[in-house]
Ligand binder design. Sequence first.
Ligand code: UDP
Length: 316
Amino acid sequence: MRTVITGGAGFIGSHLCDYLINKGHEVVCIDNLLTGKMDNVVHLMGNSQFRFMKHNVSDYIYVDGHVDNVLHFASPASPSDYLEFPIQTLKVGSLGTLNSLGLAKAKKAKFLLASTSEVYGDPQVHPQREDYWGHVNPVGPRGVYDEAKRFAEAMTMAYHRYHHIDTRIVRIFNTYGPRMRVKDGRALPNFMCQALRGDDITIFGNGLQTRSFCYVSDLVEGIYRLLLSHEHDPVNIGNPEEITIDQLAKEILALTGSKSEIVFKPIPVDDPKIRQPDISRAKSILGWEPKVVRAEGLRKTLTYFKDVLSSGGKTI
Ligand code: UDP
């Protein structure tokens, strides 16, 4: 198997590179390092199963030789990243998806799109099932990510229906684990680094908004099972255990034993109030459900952030 992973030097992409290399795949990792980091794949350099190409997939993608799978994971994915890079986010979700699908078509390869729970926007249905069409503000600041991913799903289905490409769509819910950046901007890495440094823990809004956090190894296993399945419609992959952001902050404070104080900051525009995946389809189609409980996942992630911060925060 020869698999192209766009965004392969990112948080999730790099875990996928490791997972597939362990399964015996040859991996071609394409990343322009806008939010991805060489640190995430440096251990694979020199491995004959691994090749790195520094390239922006919003431009035409050239890969020589045969390809069996194209996994499109390139995109800024943290709200602070897509606010900083709105045009790049729109381009990689639209042009990047088009180019990745074009590569899959040219190579007669399977295609898997990394989509997102953000397609549900600020949801009015709870928990979110795949047949819910969502509640997205196209002109708000989050629209650049949400609409790009919705367009990417539409493009993927068009290539499936019109060009008969063998496609998959995974809707990824909040995921965490080692290789998140210190400056990622999302709640979990922010809270961990703030707690470890003794800085204030910044809760946006009143902290009663909810999320459901999936450990990265569970996510990658679900994605692999989806790749092996014959399912063309979107599948949610996430951990259905829902908590408030306030509870997340308190769990991290307890775990670190930090004396950091919680401070409240303004809630970002269009910040979803609730989020929880309905994973019935993943369970029945893929026989998948998450295995790593939050206490364990948080401990492993904390160990990683401790190492990064004590080495001077090299992976920012
Ligand atoms: N959040 C927070 N403090 C932070 C970063 C995020 O309270 O330092 C909140 C954010 O407003 C949202 C939730 O935590 O309600 C999860 O945000 P995150 O950026 O992790 O991801 P999202 O699920 O919104 O994409």
